[in-house]
Every structure is written in C-alpha cells, then in structure tokens.
Design a protein around this ligand. Structure first.
Ligand SMILES: Cc1ncc(COP(=O)(O)O)c(C=O)c1O
Length: 411
C-alpha cells in the first residue's frame, strides 16, 4: 500500500479537498483515467512535459538506448557534452554537476554556497518552492503549504539558519537581514516564481537581490527548476538579465526523465569533492539514460525555436479565453500568461506579487472549478498554488474545448 495513497501529497487532492485523480495512461496532450476517459492535461507532470507525454523525438529508439544500460556509475563523454551544451545556454553555470531531482540540486547548491562563504544563513522567500529537503520546506509554496502542522520531522534548529522574506519586497529583505548580513551565505530565489501561482519579479527586484548579495559577500542562487528551459533556452536569468552565482535546473531538462543539475561560478564549484571539501554524489547522477534524454530535449529546442512562439501564442489564446469570460461576467480575476504558462486565481485585483496575495485566493471556488472542469474532460492541478502548463502538442482545438468547458464551469 502507498503511504497516504500517493508518492507526493499534491496528487491526493488534499490541498483542495477533492478526491485523488488516478491516471492509467498518457499520450500527447492527454491523460486517461482508469475507465479510459480522456482529459486534456494541463498538469503536464507539474512542468517537465514541454513536449507533451509521448513526443516521438523523445520516445522513439528508447529500446536502443536501454540496450546501452540505464546506470553505469562512471563518468562518460555524453555527460561532459551535456554540461557543455547547458553552459552554452546558461553561461553562469561555468561548472555543474548532474543529479536526479530538483530537490537534490537545490540542497546541493545551498551546501556549496555555505561552504564557499563559510557562513550558514540562507535567505529565502515565502511561497517559493525548492523541493522537500529540510530548510526548503519552511514557508514553501507549491504543494507543501507548510503550516506548522506540516513541518513534522524538521528539527527546529534548521530554522535558526534561515530567514524568510516577502517576494518582490526589498524592504522586507533588508528588514529580515538587519544585523545578520555578515552571516548570510546565500539568497535563494525563484527568479520567476511558479509555485504560488505564477508570480513575476517586479523591475528592480532581482537586481536588488544581486546588489545585496554582492554587498554582503553572499551568493545569489537562482532556482530555475521550473523556468529552464520552459521560458526559453536562456532561462529566467537571460530574460531578466541578472546573473546569479549559482543556478539549479531540473524538471523540463529531461523531458520527463529524472535529471537535474546545479552549477555556478568555477571558483564556487571548486568547493566540491574531489577538488574541495563539499561532498555530493548519487548512484543515478548523470546516468547515461537520463543524460541522453536531456540531449534529446536540447536537440529539439535548438532545432525548433518556433516551439516557443507556438506554445506562447496558444497560451495567449487560452488566457484571452479566460479574460473574455471574466469580462463578460464581471469577475475581477487577473489572468497571467507567460510563454507556455497560464494562471489565474479566485482573488480580486492585480496578479499576485507575493505569497500573501496568493494565499488570499478562494480555495473553495477553485475546488468547485477543478471538479467542474474534470467532469468536462479537463485535468487541472489539484492545488491553488500550481499553474496550467501547455505543451507543444496542445492544439487550438484543445484550447477551444477548454475555454468552452470553463464557460460552463466558472461561476
Ligand atoms: C522551483 C522548483 N525547485 C525545486 C523543485 C523540486 O524539484 P523535484 O520535485 O524534482 O525535487 C521544484 C518542484 O516543483 C520547483 O518547482
């Protein structure tokens, strides 16, 4: 029996009090339940599936790949070539190390930053999500929703070395840091946040974090696990034109296969064993199967820059569909669209700037909407903190069907 019926709590539906959706099959833009009913899937594995579920460029020839073996436990040339390719797109990752999950990538980056600065304090932001290791869960967004009751098993001591600020609020950053600047190892941030709904950094916010990290001698870590390469091959850092000291990536880079990475300035990454004193490792780290999948993802994206414009225009169409419904009914909800991401919440006013805004969304309304959309063959994430992800295989027809369903499902 599965503990709690699932391997990741969000899947259970507990966060909106809905029954768990059980899926038995997937193809393209569609998820299928146990009865074989088809749903247009906007969960997309919580982000990784920029190409949908079964893109031929990713799944063809897998037998041959498997014949080479899944895990070797040694360094191989394709791993080195992948690092070079990632660095070509994200030059701030001068050196990197591959791991299996985003959680591992961020946990490792934080350890390296602490060792490099010989300091302990980490500043992070309420509503950002960086995985399920101890410090990351404090005031996290996404499915964690870590009220005190959900912090079981995290030693209180962990919180002593963490300060939490409001996203998009540099005054708050200064306030929580006051008197502790000299102990700050790292500022950890989602440069564009996808875990309290979709929240963009306001002009000057990331620059302000960069300036403060420089001033106090701390490292700036951009967690791009959800943004790279969904928002483009240059990531959020390229788009926002702010260079971090360290970066974490994951999710999308494997096209569904579990691979992630952390990296940064060469002198910082030299802290890692065998060169330096910081240990990170992994049986499955850089395994040939996942590395090959990551190459396939980059092959597709480098050869087809039009994928970004296509998915963005489809997402715009979906967002406009929601906007038209809201305008027609006088509903005061803001719709956000960014590349292939669409998001709105049941909260009046401008798009969320921070977790305080995001938390004010009406969960009961979302639950009713989620259920009504599911009944109409549309699969949404069962959490108000998650967003809708489109893929290159969603069609205009899918979007039309979704808007028609929303017309009926929305109040
Ligand atoms: C920004 C960000 N960082 C880290 C993670 C953790 O990644 P994983 O679930 O692969 O451990 C997530 C997962 O949602 C994420 O969105």
């Amino acid at each position: 029996m599965l503990a709690g019926g699932c391997d990741s709590p969000v899947r259970s539906g507990w966060s909106i009090g809905e029954p768990m959706f059980v899926q038995s099959f997937a193809q393209g833009a569609y998820a299928y339940d146990e009865a074989g009913r088809r749903y247009i899937d906007y969960v997309m594995g919580y982000g990784p599936l920029l190409f949908g579920h079964t893109h031929p460029g990713l799944v063809s020839g897998l037998d041959e790949l498997a014949r080479g073996g899944f895990v070797w436990g040694v360094t191989h040339p394709e791993e080195v070539r992948l690092a070079e390719r990632v660095r070509a797109h994200l030059p701030s990752m001068e050196r990197m190390r591959f791991v299996t999950t985003g959680s591992e990538a961020v946990m490792s980056a934080v350890r390296v930053a602490r060792a490099f600065t010989q300091r302990s304090l980490v500043l992070k932001f309420a509503g950002n999500y960086h995985g399920h290791f101890d410090l990351a869960l404090l005031d996290a967004g996404a499915s964690a929703q870590t009220l005190d009751a959900r912090r079981g098993g995290i030693p209180q001591g962990v919180a002593r070395d963490v300060v939490i600020a409001r996203y998009n609020d540099l005054d708050c950053v200064d306030a929580v840091l006051r008197g502790r600047e000299e102990t700050l190892a790292a500022i950890l941030v989602e440069p564009i946040c996808g875990n309290m709904g979709w929240v963009r950094p306001e002009p000057g916010f990331l620059e302000g974090l960069r300036e403060r990290s420089n001033r106090v001698g701390a490292l700036l870590i951009f967690d791009e696990v959800i943004t790279w390469p969904r928002l483009g091959l240059r990531g959020a850092q390229g788009r926002e034109n702010v260079t971090p000291d360290m970066t974490t990536v994951g999710k999308i880079m494997g096209g569904g296969a579990p691979i992630a990475a952390f990296g940064g300035r060469a002198e910082v990454m030299e802290m890692l064993a065998p060169d330096g004193p910081v240990f990170t490792g992994g049986t499955h780290a850089g395994n040939p199967f996942c590395v090959a999948m990551a190459h396939r993802v980059l092959d597709l994206l480098e050869a087809h820059p039009e994928y970004y414009t296509q998915t963005a225009s489809l997402a715009r169409r979906l967002a406009d569909g929601f906007r038209a419904i809201f305008a027609q009914r006088g509903l005061p909800y803001a719709v956000v669209q960014d590349e292939s991401v669409v998001d709105f919440s049941f909260r009046a006013g401008a798009p969320s700037r921070n977790y305080d805004d995001a938390r004010a969304a009406d969960k009961a309304r979302y639950a009713a909407y989620y259920r009504a959309m599911l009944e109409r063959g549309i699969l949404l994430p069962p959490s108000v903190n998650e967003v809708m992800f489109l893929s290159i295989v969603h069609s205009a027809e899918d979007v039309g069907t979704t808007v028609a369903a929303a017309c009926e499902a929305l109040p």
